[in-house]
Write a protein that binds this ligand. Sequence first.
Ligand code: ADP
Ligand code: MG
Length: 259
Amino acid sequence: MSTTTATGAMVEIRSVRKSFGALEVLRGVDLTVRTGEVAVVLGPSGSGKSTLLRTLNHLEKVDGGTVSVDGALVGYRRSGTTLHELREREILRQRTQIGFVFQDFRLFPHLTVLDNLIEAPVFALRRPKKEARESARKLLERVGLADKADAYPQTLSGGQQQRVAIARALALEPKLLLFDEPTSALDPELVGEVLDVIKDLARRGTTMIVVTHEIGFAREVADTVVFMDGGRIVEQGPPAQVLDSPRHERTAAFLSKVL
Ligand code: ADP
Ligand code: MG
């Protein structure tokens, strides 16, 4: 089963449903993110934003619909009966092509910053260590942390740890980057340095889906803003339209709370 399309879509989510027990968390979600685009996902707590991101990276299986990344199926259930499992190797291969940055950084605490960055390239992709170290140092320079290569994560500020986490995601040269509230755990004065790194990635044409409540960031960086509520995409469009003239009452109500 191939879903390759001629639309230049990096992400295609079609009619995706997901329940946890009796709780229906995704109730038929459709989303397309084209290659090189940045989609910012907004919505109240519990609306299904994290679950949606997680279906893209095999962290959640869907109960219905299809999810594909760059033309390759990530999750699907055919005819509502059999769950078609991808082979473990294919899942690992796909995972290395999608970077995921979490709210709480999730760095390896027992490894130095440099070793955090080379872990996956060396052990998952079998890249030579020397080469991986060289790329890692370049990435640390890009996120402004060249001098922290030998530091341990817990000696860094939250903003620095999150920049390391972004550099670590980039070390696999992913075709898609997913951010789940990357600045929500940070003190306010550290938010800007992390958003600046993400803005730089956007300028370089990185395809990204960013779940965030940072409306200014969405306005500046998003090609498309998606508003979710109750497991559905309520509305979606260019930032100026969704943020300044929302068509739905629920979007307007949400924005009035976070702005
Ligand atoms: P958001 O990221 O928008 O806050 P989530 O996708 O995290 O929303 O969660 C949507 C709903 O699904 C919430 O009610 C949450 O409690 C529930 N949920 C998420 N993950 C699980 C899980 N593994 N088991 C049970 N319920 C879950
Ligand atoms: Mg969430």
